[in-house]
Design a protein around this ligand. Structure first.
Ligand SMILES: [Zn+2]
Length: 644
């Protein structure tokens, strides 16, 4: 398929002398074209080049002023000048198609015809100025139109057959909008002129205004294209809400697919009340009381908030999120529902159009609030606990307000019940004294704290830190955990550049403890522990534990080894005797077969036994062994647990 683009050149008509010369050269071009087969060369372009300076042109009128109506003047001009223009015959086969006047200039378009049929693409425009002078002529004219001799006994196929051929070609799934029509024309094909039907119809699937050229002799498809102009779709919305800004805005709708519906890369709209908006031409412009208005509102603002979070680094919710508007109350089934929510079960957004309250889908901050719940659910799923629920709401309010740059949430929703707002992030509530045990109320403390931070650091920096802090939330977070997340986020993103402001804000809201005047010493690190098997038939076993001089360690050991072929055995404390007679054991003054240790392979052995605690006297690795010179025939093992 292709999109037609007629060769056109628009130039000013020069003096007659120049016209002659130029047309002559065009004729030579035309002569060459007759031998060539490519259609573009077969076309004869009527074109003049401007050879004189504009000043000179201004003095000389393009043509003599003529009398009569502009279409007659144009017709007369073509009749008089047809040979100059490269039109071989009398222009009897040019038919006025359209005559338009704009700013005093008349533009008369002629359709080229042959045997009464329009020649596709053959069109000449004559432009007549307000002094009745022909100002310019341009267009495309086929100078060699002719039809091959008809096959005897065979006429053209019926119109209906041509339409059928076009629909068959577009596919069995084609869904028409209105009726198809067909008109017989002359089609300039590759190497000949064909009698053809131009079939036109609109379809919703595949979306388009389709144009087909069907060979009138045999019903074959010659060519086809989609004439629909896919401009940027537009829709009507409120920027924030009707209370804040009552003017309906016409905005571009981005990332829509070509279905003609409000479905795009990140959002798909469902209207729970009835049919969804459909606009093949991309014009989703409705009055606010039209049920489709909420669909556009939801599409635009969910797409917007998605991009907003993408710019903060969020990579979730990247496939179309199903958003329902005009949803009934999920429990009572009342069609007028006073709430909106994000469902973590199906990952979809739901907006009621209100009963006591105003329409929730007409307030962008509410849309952003619900979407933020979805973002949190992606980053930290299934948050639990009462403070966790409050944080969920607080974050959702914060982003709802930050994106609208307005600290009020629900100002339009509750206008109907004469309230100022649902939540106000300039509230001076404090933690924990203002906790009420209701998540939205308590969330206001968190939202307001984040808003304080935004006031100090600016929207961009605050948004980044607050967004990033979501990744640090534990499953059942308290405000203190979320505060720690904010600190960590700043450390990660900005090397802690905003820690002083963060501490100031969170201390003043009661979430962080005031800084101690003298900092406490850092808590000693938790002792580590390692279990090592010490085999009886191995002199020394490396524990792999690196120790520092002066470090305190403790070892507790259990198990039994058999140290001779009579079956005598002992535990880590060794036998009841020492090798004081032969003095061959590593520590012959200590019980035979007991657990011993040393630092590195060169260290002096020391007795460990079943339980001991000692200070290391040199840097190095701890080895454990058996106090037995003749260890090779031993069996069994000790298990030592080293705390260090
Ligand atoms: Zn919420």
């Amino acid at each position: 398929m292709f999109k037609p683009s007629n060769p056109r050149s628009i130039k000013q008509l020069p003096t007659q002398k120049e016209t002659k010369g130029t047309v002559g050269s065009q004729r030579r071009t035309g002569g060459r074209a007759k031998k060539a087969e490519a259609p573009s060369e077969k076309r004869l372009k009527i074109r003049w080049t401007r050879r004189s300076e504009p000043q000179r042109m201004a003095k000389e009128a393009p043509s003599e002023p003529a009398s009569g109506a502009p279409p007659e003047i144009a017709e007369e001009f073509l009749s008089q000048n047809h040979r100059l223009l490269g039109i071989e015959e009398e222009p009897a086969e040019l038919r006025i198609k359209e005559s338009v006047e704009s700013k005093g200039i008349n533009h008369i378009r002629f359709q080229q015809t042959y045997e009464g049929l329009p020649v596709h693409g053959g069109e000449i425009s004559v432009h007549v100025d307000n002094a009745n002078r022909v100002q310019m002529v341009n267009g495309v004219y086929y100078s060699d139109v002719g039809l091959p001799g008809r096959t005897r006994g065979r006429g053209p196929i019926p119109k209906a057959e041509a339409i059928e051929a076009a629909l068959r070609d577009l596919g069995p799934e084609t869904v028409l909008r209105g009726n198809a029509s067909a008109e017989m024309i002359i089609y300039p094909a590759q190497d000949q002129y064909l009698k053809a039907y131009k079939v036109t119809f609109s379809a919703s699937d595949p979306l388009g205004d389709w144009v087909y050229f069907i060979n009138a002799e045999n019903g074959e498809v010659i060519d086809s294209y989609n004439a629909m102009r896919f401009g940027t779709p537009r829709g009507s919305i409120y920027n924030s809400n009707p209370k804040q800004d009552p003017d309906v805005q016409i905005v571009e709708l981005h990332r829509l697919d070509d279905s003609g519906k409000l479905q795009g890369a990140f959002v798909q709209i469902d209207n729970a009340m009835g049919e969804e908006a459909y606009a093949a031409d991309g014009e989703f412009v409705y009055e606010p009381d039209d049920p489709h208005f909420d669909e556009v509102m939801a599409y635009f603002h969910v797409d917007k908030v998605h991009i907003y979070f993408s710019n903060l680094g969020f990579r979730g919710l990247d496939s179309p999120l199903l958003v329902h508007v005009h949803v009934p109350d999920p429990e009572s089934k009342d069609p007028d529902y006073d709430n909106a929510f994000y469902s973590p079960e199906d990952h979809q957004l739901y907006f009621g159009h209100g009963k006591a309250l105003n329409d929730l889908a007409k307030e962008s901050a509410v849309i952003y609030h619900e979407y933020t719940h979805g973002v949190i659910e992606q980053i930290r799923p299934e948050i639990e606990g009462s403070e966790g629920a409050a944080l969920h709401e607080g974050y959702a309010d914060y982003f709802g307000c930050s994106i609208t740059d307005d600290p009020l949430i629900g100002e339009y929703a509750v206008q109907k019940i004469k309230e100022k707002d649902l939540r106000d992030l300039t509230s001076n509530k404090k933690y924990p004294k203002d906790l009420q045990g209701e998540e939205h109320e308590d969330g206001e403390i968190w939202g307001a704290t984040c808003w304080d931070l935004r006031e100090l650091l600016g929207a961009r920096v605050a948004d980044l830190i607050i967004y990033q802090s979501l990744y640090y939330l534990p499953k059942s977070p308290e405000f203190a955990d979320a505060y720690e997340g904010i600190r960590q986020a700043d450390l990660g993103l900005f090397n802690g550049a905003h820690i002083p402001e963060i501490e100031k804000v969170f201390v003043s809201r009661g979430i962080a403890a005031p800084k101690e005047p003298s900092p406490q010493p850092p808590p000693s690190p938790k002792p580590r522990e390692q279990k090592v098997t010490v085999r009886g038939n191995q002199a020394w076993t490396s524990t792999g534990i690196p120790l520092k001089k002066g470090q305190e360690i403790s070892v507790s050991a259990s198990g039994t080894i058999t140290y001779d072929d009579k079956g005598n055995s002992c535990g880590p404390d060794g036998a009841s005797w020492s090798d004081t007679k032969d003095k061959e054991d590593p520590i012959y003054t200590k019980p035979h077969g007991g657990l011993i240790g040393r630092i590195d392979v060169t260290g002096t052995p020391f007795f460990v036994g079943s339980k001991s605690k000692f200070k290391v006297d040199a840097d190095g690795t701890l080895y454990l062994g058996i106090n037995d010179r003749w260890y090779k025939g031993n069996t069994g093992q000790f298990t030592a647990v080293i705390k260090y």
